[in-house]
Design a protein around this ligand. Structure first.
Ligand code: GDP
Ligand code: MG
Length: 436
């Protein structure tokens, strides 16, 4: 699935410290494929990923995020922008305020009409539902049942076969009865046909609705885009309602539709129940499309994990020449949480030399950690007390050789020396400030 594919795309970048042409190109190709699989139109997917590429290459990789995580962010930002950036409300200015509901049969118009009525009622507004699906008696019954369920009046004329006539009378009725909002549910065919199009565009022309909404089933993928285009050419609608986003749905249609008709998506519908209606938020949708709620929270966690207080604490210790093995261990813990080990390690004063030519991954720290963990609290805090016999005990306890313990001791001393020098130059804070 998409989530897996993107995960793989981002993994390509994990562990690489810099965003380069090559690793971006690889990742961007994977992102594009994943978007296309999520029903984002090919041309749109290509445009998005081209933008992501340019954006990514222009940005510095913050120390606190890996290139992969940065690309996640950029991708999400771009998708959000593509869907309009911010949420857009429906217009409720008319008097009465007519909302015309259009779309194919089965797209969820009647269900949405009920949901919108519920939504407006909750805001304390007076609503009238109008049954203009004149072709199927069952459709009128369906709306009436919904109306009873949610406590909203439904205007219907089962014998009348003229949708425009019904709607016009309903609006008169609304005016007389103080119903400020009139939701007109219309008929839809299984595929776009001329009669349906004429009927709905007539309704639009004569009712002059404040808001014409196009309802589309998100599960229909590319067809959704084509239908949206056809309806928009005839109706010039004001907004889109994306339905059936509850199942195994591909939110990618949201991007394509927005891109092709350039009309905002205003609501999404995520179930058959009346309360399953949500205002459309582009950023949330971007997250959903990428299927990376988890990835995003991981990124956030990583950023938090490089704890600011801890950084300040260690900075102070370096300044006072009190950096000890406990601090060293805590640094290793932090770094392990972050990824990008080599680059990060290289930024700890004195560490660069130590890791030169080494293959750094989580396992590389194991011997060091084992040795430090075998030290007593006193030894960690005051490395100077570690004499020959203590080294032997530490080596035995950690299962490492005395040679390795000696090496670590020497490296640690070098690190401290380096830190001291940097202190004199006033650079330690800068160097570590960068790191943290
Ligand atoms: P209409 O022909 O456009 O009026 O479509 P309906 O409102 O009658 O909906 C067609 C079918 O889709 C019905 O069975 C609805 O219960 C169902 N439906 C509508 N919206 C949603 C949704 O958001 N999620 C799911 N799962 N089903 C929906
Ligand atoms: Mg219907």
């Amino acid at each position: 699935n998409l989530s897996y594919k993107l995960d793989r795309a981002f993994k390509t970048l994990k562990g690489t410290g810099k965003i380069t042409e090559i690793n971006v190109a690889t990742t961007v190709k994977e992102i594009r494929r994943a978007l296309i699989d999520a029903d984002v139109n090919y041309k749109v997917a290509k445009e998005v990923t081209d933008t992501i590429k340019t954006e990514a290459l222009g940005r510095d990789v913050l120390i606190s995020v890996s290139p992969g995580q940065l690309l996640v962010k950029i991708t999400q930002e771009e998708l959000t922008k593509l869907m309009g950036g911010t949420k857009e409300d429906i217009s409720l200015k008319g008097d009465p305020n007519v909302i015309l509901i259009s779309g194919l049969q089965g797209s969820g118009k009647t269900t949405f009409s009920g949901k919108l009525a519920t939504h407006l009622k909750k805001q304390g507004r007076q609503v009238l539902l109008v049954a203009c699906d004149i072709y199927r008696p069952a459709a009128i019954e369906q709306l009436k049942t919904l109306g009873e369920q949610i406590g909203v009046e439904v205007y219907a004329e089962p014998e009348n076969k003229n949708a425009l006539d019904i709607a016009s009378k309903a609006i008169e009725y609304a005016k007389k009865n103080g119903k400020k909002n009139v939701i007109v549910d219309t008929a839809g065919r299984l595929a776009v046909d001329e009669q349906m199009m004429n009927e709905i565009s007539d309704l639009k022309k004569h009712l002059d609705p404040a808001e014409t909404l196009f309802v589309v089933d998100s599960m229909t993928g590319q067809d959704a885009v084509n239908t949206a285009k056809t309806f928009d050419e005839r109706l010039n609608f004001d907004g889109v309602v994306l339905t059936k986003l509850d199942g195994d749905t591909r939110g990618g249609a949201a991007i394509s539709i927005r891109h092709v008709v350039d009309k905002p998506i205003k609501f999404i519908s995520t179930g058959e129940k009346m309360e399953n209606l949500d205002v459309f938020y582009p950023d949330r949708m971007a997250q959903r499309i990428l299927g990376m709620g988890d990835v995003v929270s991981l990124v956030e966690k990583a950023q938090e994990s490089f704890d600011e207080d801890e950084a300040k604490r260690i900075n102070a210790k370096i300044r006072k020449n009190q950096f000890n093995f406990d601090d060293f261990l805590s640094q290793i813990e932090q770094i392990k949480k972050m990824g990008n080990l080599k680059d990060l390690m290289g930024m700890i004063p004195g560490m660069g030399k130590m890791i030169k030519g080494m293959d750094i991954d989580d396992d590389s720290f194991k011997p060091i950690e084992a040795i430090i963990r075998s030290m007593t609290p006193l030894e960690r805090e005051n490395p100077d007390v570690i004499d020959g016999s203590r080294r032997k005990r530490i080596a035995d306890g950690s299962g490492r050789s005395i040679q390795e313990v000696n090496n670590l001791m020497k490296q640690f001393r070098d690190m401290r020396k380096m830190m001291k020098q940097m202190n004199k130059m006033g650079g330690a804070q800068r160097a570590l400030g960068n790191l943290m």
